[in-house]
Design a binder for this molecule. Structure first.
Ligand SMILES: Nc1ncnc2c1ncn2[C@@H]1O[C@H](COP(=O)(O)OP(=O)(O)OP(=O)(O)O)[C@@H](O)[C@H]1O
Length: 587
């Protein structure tokens, strides 16, 4: 992709070029182009109708000046009244239409970005930084939303008003338009300030604010450690210093912005004075009437708001364009799922010559492994041997650097995300409980499940006992802001989701560390029930889990060093027997 900026070795996620960002914006606006066109037409009509008001006021002035009849006065007042009413109606209709088109585009943009953010290869996210991705889907989406909701309608209105009002001035007398243009250098000066001088100040200000938040978060997040080590006063000083730096940067940015305002005011003053002087001269030599000179002055005053808004919006539009480029960068990231393979025949899992590394060097080397349908295979090995990495590869989270992984004869990376998630479920050590009711959390796995299905699945993992005594049963709120669940309960929920999902292949990264030994035994029982009749790959941290499997595969520094039935291996003298004995004596 030509314009994408991503220097070699740069770990951040890509940023699209301004042209690609515009093309992407157009692609989300295009479906509703008739709506966009209608909105623009209505806005132009609104501005054009407003243009008849200053000349009508001018006619009133002429009548007062003795140059017109009562009839002229009544006509002028009628024009002012009708134009004001029409303008009120078209302005609200135009605003509504622009916002409707903008909201549609925004929804499409948000969907595209979020859909992509969830589907891009985890490796790209890890390389680019989760923080960067989170900042894009939150801050950048917010900034573009703000621009589409408020900035773009205001920008369009300002452009049309300035352009048509200049036409109106020229229609009165071309010299009025020329007089108005005298203010241009002041506006250009202000625009320069907003586009060139202000951005680095804002960046500086945001960085200082970020630093202040970081210091605050650290102080609050580490409150216990800070109290324990009596670090309070030192932390407080750090927060104060960061706060002071942020305050000074904010004042500097506000001061500078105030300066730009003064340039805009200078433009308004100079322009109005010149139009009035030219008006006086033209009235003096009889080229125009007093009413026309009044209309010219009113036209120019009407420009104050839109020109001020235009200069100010330059800043907002620039910032939104930068955000849009960052969002388009995400949408352009290639997805690793091709969905071009045949449907898997069964749940037979084959790994042949698999190699993988996060960075250099590889952490898995030449892994060969076959799991037959219905078989339970446990991966064991010391910490860092590569068990979790292997599980993530089979689940399609990472793509192997070498070798192939097949499910039922089809390469795993040739399955679409939907196909893969219907057939393979990974339960990791860190289980996330989604905020919402218990039923909503479980229905993420199977949206159409009835309450009875949910209860049956909970019963299958042995979780019905504690769910039955919850005050609101399945309607109990869990996750952030809801009822806190124990690690064992959270794991059981993940297993319940697995039962509801009903995959051919279950991959379980056993999380027994946090559950305590009673919890671990209960989890083992839950797992045994859930896995009956399924093909399973288990990352076994507790060797009792490995002992219950059909086969054990021992990994050491990313290589398979031994495999076989657990009882046979335990009776021998290989790596598994050594691990087994060490584990037995530690119990
Ligand atoms: N996201 C990552 N980025 C870089 N290196 C990683 C990442 N995750 C794991 N590694 C490295 O890959 C190697 C294998 O780690 P892995 O977590 O797969 O081992 P494990 O056998 O599952 O260990 P444990 O039993 O402690 O979970 C280790 O050297 C680890 O430091």
């Amino acid at each position: 992709m030509s314009g994408r900026q991503r220097p070699a070795g740069d770990p951040t996620l890509p940023v699209a070029s301004a042209r690609e960002a515009r093309r992407h914006l157009w692609s989300v606006l295009r479906p509703d182009w008739p709506g966009a066109l209608l909105a623009i037409v209505v806005l132009v009509v609104t501005v054009a109708v407003g243009l008849v008001i200053p000349p009508a006021i001018g006619r009133v002035v002429d009548v007062a000046d003795g140059q017109g009849t009562r009839h002229d006065l009544a006509g002028a007042l009628l024009v002012i009244t009708v134009a004001t009413m029409i303008q009120g109606l078209t302005a609200s209709a135009g605003w509504y239409l622009v916002v409707r088109v903008g909201e549609g585009a925004l929804a499409a943009l948000r969907e595209a970005v979020l859909g992509h953010a969830l589907a891009i290869p985890r490796a790209s996210v890890e390389r680019g930084g989760t923080g960067d991705l989170v900042s894009r889907v939150s801050n950048d989406v917010d900034r573009v939303s703000q621009a589409l909701r408020e900035g773009v309608p205001e920008l369009l209105w300002s452009i049309f008003t300035v352009a048509l009002t200049l036409v109106g001035l020229a229609a009165l007398d071309w010299r009025f338009a020329l007089a108005g243009l005298v203010s241009l250098p002041f506006y250009a000066w202000a625009a320069h300030g907003y586009t060139v001088i202000a951005p680095p100040l804002y960046v500086d200000e945001r960085r200082a604010e970020g630093d202040r938040s970081q210091q605050l978060l650290e102080a609050l997040g580490g409150a216990r450690t800070i109290q324990a080590l009596v670090l309070g006063p030192r932390h407080l000083r750090r927060v104060e210093a960061a706060s002071e730096a942020a305050r000074l940067r904010s004042i500097r940015a506000a001061d500078t912005t105030a300066w730009f305002f003064s340039r805009i005011h200078a433009g308004e003053l100079t322009g109005t004075a010149t139009v009035l002087l030219v008006g006086a001269a033209l009235v003096g030599d009889g080229s125009v009437s007093l009413g026309a000179a009044t209309a010219a002055a009113l036209y120019f005053i009407r420009l104050y708001d839109p020109i001020g808004a235009l200069v100010h919006l330059l800043d907002e539009i620039q910032s939104a364009t930068a955000s849009l480029r960052r969002l388009t960068g995400i949408v352009q990231l290639p997805l690793d799922r091709r969905a071009d393979g045949p449907t898997p025949r069964d749940s037979r899992l084959v790994l042949a010559g698999v190699g993988f590394g996060y960075d250099d060097p590889d952490v898995l080397h030449q892994v060969d492994l076959v799991v037959e349908p219905g078989e339970h295979v446990a991966l064991v090995g010391t910490s860092g041997a590569g068990k979790t990495t292997l599980a993530a590869l089979v689940a399609g989270i990472h793509t192997p650097r070498a070798g192939r992984i097949e499910l039922g004869g089809t390469a795993v990376d040739a399955l679409s995300r939907e196909q893969l998630s219907a057939r393979v479920t990974l339960v990791t050590q860190e289980v996330h409980v989604f905020a919402g009711t218990l039923a909503q959390d479980l229905r993420l796995a199977r949206p159409e499940a009835s309450d009875d299905d949910l209860l049956a699945a909970l019963s299958a993992v042995g979780a019905l006992d504690w769910v039955a005594v919850l005050p609101d049963g399945l309607a109990t709120r869990v996750g952030a802001g809801g009822r806190a669940l124990t690690p064992l309960q959270a794991q059981q929920l993940a297993l319940t989701r697995l039962v509801l999902r009903d995959p051919d292949l279950a991959i379980l990264d056993e999380a027994t560390a946090e559950a305590g030994s009673t919890g671990a035994r209960q989890l083992e029982a839950s797992m045994a029930r859930v896995l009956a009749g399924r093909t399973a790959l288990l990352v076994a941290h507790r060797l009792s889990t490995a002992a219950a499997a059909d086969r054990v595969v021992v990994l050491e520094r990313g290589r398979v060093v031994e495999e076989g039935p657990p009882d046979v291996l335990a009776a021998g003298d290989g790596p598994y027997a050594r691990l087994w004995r060490a584990w037995q004596s530690a119990r």
